[in-house]
Design a protein around this ligand. Structure first.
Ligand SMILES: Nc1ncnc2c1ncn2[C@@H]1O[C@H](COP(=O)(O)OP(=O)(O)OP(=O)(O)O)[C@@H](O)[C@H]1O
Ligand SMILES: [Mg+2]
Length: 265
């Protein structure tokens, strides 16, 4: 279904937290392509965040390998950016400073940072708020800053860990639409973790269903809706309910398995 080249290859990857005695994932094999949004769903605690941290090189694998364009990832690659579950902003920095963070780290010159940060803050609708601090912003605005910071470095790969989970339903819908508008204009590999099956189907080209811990790929569901997407039309599409039921059935089996694991362990 994806047309692009393989961008990231996860090969028989495992991550074990020895001291905690937890195997987050094991024997996990997954290809991620250029120009796709791959949505990861799986039971809480199955290892999704850990997998993203390993893909970003923040955490070493215990076994197997993760290849970015054929080369093993050992530390955070320059062309990869992360949007965290809880915004991950620096409370002491202005909107501008937060959005500029990645570019500053990469040693970009001042005028390039200025131009780029202005452009991305405009893109996410925050151009009037550059000197505000995170505490002065709503949750939706804070998440936009997180998105702006990730986009500022113009990454090839964007890892998003439940970026909209902390938002109310209406803000979430607006940000989903805006994110699609922004991302459908660029060619990126986006790995998007969510607990919402609807969100996975609305945004994703593929929905990757993970098993209970230790996570492996249980099933990959291709999402047939064309791009650019119109979210209201997809919700009304007769195929949408069937797809949602399919993903739900797969997930339900795993949720039961995970409950038993957690109760025993
Ligand atoms: N630094 C760590 N040390 C020990 N155990 C950890 C560590 N990080 C994660 N774990 C464990 O690894 C497992 C997977 O955690 P992870 O955060 O990856 O799950 P998740 O799928 O992202 O869950 P959620 O959907 O709730 O965000 C959990 O059992 C967790 O307790
Ligand atoms: Mg998580």
């Amino acid at each position: 279904m994806p047309q692009g080249r393989v961008k990231i290859r996860v090969e028989r990857a495992a991550r074990i937290f020895l001291r905690a005695g937890v195997v987050a994932f094991e024997n996990l094999t997954l290809d991620l392509y250029d120009d796709e949004i791959a949505c990861l769903v799986g039971p809480s605690g199955c290892g999704k965040t850990t997998l993203l941290r390993c893909i970003d090189g923040l955490l070493p694998l215990s076994d197997g390998q993760i290849l970015l364009e054929g080369r093993p990832v050992r530390r955070p690659p320059e062309k990869m950016a992360v949007v965290f579950q809880h915004f991950g902003l620096f409370p002491w920095g202005s909107v501008y400073a937060n959005a500029a963070y990645g570019l500053k780290l990469s040693g970009a010159p001042r005028d390039r940072i200025d131009a780029r940060v202005s452009a991305v803050l405009k893109l996410v609708g925050l151009d009037g708020f550059t000197q505000h601090y995170p505490y002065q912003l709503s949750g939706g605005m804070q998440q936009r800053v997180g998105l702006a910071r990730a986009l500022a470095t113009d990454p090839d790969v964007l890892l998003m860990d439940e970026p909209f989970a902390a938002l109310d339903a209406q803000t979430r819908e607006i940000l989903q639409e805006e994110m699609l508008r922004i991302l459908e204009q660029t060619r990126k590999t986006i790995v998007f973790v969510t607990h919402s099956i609807d969100e996975a189907l609305l945004l994703g080209d593929r929905v990757i269903v993970l098993t209970a811990r230790p996570a492996r790929v249980k099933r990959i569901i291709p999402v047939p809706f064309p791009r650019p997407r119109n979210l209201a039309a997809i919700r009304a599409d007769p195929g949408f309910g069937g797809l949602r039921a399919r993903v739900w059935d797969l997930l339900r089996e795993e949720l039961r398995g995970q409950e038993r694991e957690d109760a025993n362990g």
